[in-house]
Ligand binder design. Sequence first.
Ligand SMILES: Nc1nc2c(c(=O)[nH]1)N[C@H]1C(S)=C(S)[C@@H](COP(=O)(O)O)O[C@H]1N2
Ligand SMILES: [Mo]
Length: 339
Amino acid sequence: MLIRKRRGWELAESQATPEEVFRNRRRFMRAAGAGSLLLAGGGLLSACDDMNGGSQANAAESDAFDQLSEDPSFDLYPVERNSRYQVERDITERELAGTYNNFYEFGSSKNIWQKAEALPIRPWTLRIEGEVEEPFDIDIDDLLARMPLEERIYRLRCVEAWSMVIPWSGFQLSHMLDLARPTSNARYIRFTTLEDPEVMPGQRAGWYPWPYIEGLTMEEAANELAFMGTGMYGAPLPKQNGAPLRLVVPWKYGFKSIKSVVSIAFTRERPVSFWEEIAGNEYGFWANVNPEVAHPRWSQAEERVVGNDERVPTRIYNGYGEYVSELYAGMDQDDRLYR
Ligand SMILES: Nc1nc2c(c(=O)[nH]1)N[C@H]1C(S)=C(S)[C@@H](COP(=O)(O)O)O[C@H]1N2
Ligand SMILES: [Mo]
């Protein structure tokens, strides 16, 4: 394996590294999904269960970040790191985070980054609607100019039992709540991904309930950890990672962190999310990371660290219990995942 490990404290280097250097530092990508966690059974075609990955197909030089210098928000980054959020594990190699992705709009393998280059990210308008004082549209670059951008290093735990550690750039979701001015009727937020089958081949597959939708309660959205990602590794968000705007909720399984968001709607009723509609008994609304509640088809007790394939114990709320366990006090263990 040719994957060089970068220690957490080395991030400063990558943060300070100009895009030129990143782009010239192209690496062979072999590792990632190769051969791990082959599961028996699994007749059901659904959510995120491409568990043995697909990035081994990508055993060539990747230009996974070439697009970024053309992004109009390029000069906003890097942004200052918020040191409140520490992760004791190594930061995932940038190349891996940018080439081992789940983005079903572009296909069900992990190797979709080239296809995602077709995603048009400008102009990009975010619609704020539903139970708000006044619905409005905001242009992504106006939004970026108004939000206090910061960097946060968060764990990412996919329901497929692999994990990464990613330095996101973006802003705390609560700042956008202030901007949106929800009414007292708002109990949930429904996030929606762009729908455009012309550029998203996965959306031509009729058996999925497009567009991708995710939801949070207002209390979850107001939690300090809830974050809107606009960049990563000190640069704008690559398209394959959900440019220009995606949710990042690190205490929940990765599928909750919806990519390429075009609408944020405040609702009275709990939204039904994309994977919940496909298989609600496997991918519930709450989807809080919980080593004790197995997925119906596999254990969640351990996770595979993408980059070195180490197996480590999964942590309740993905290690963020001190921030979020209050939100679920009194809720039944199983309900946290399935209901
Ligand atoms: N719109 C959309 N958002 C999505 C997905 C998707 O298929 N479509 N996949 C989810 C899953 S299963 C995971 S694990 C994360 C992966 O984010 P990353 O590719 O940036 O690591 O995105 C989530 N957001
Ligand atoms: Mo996932």
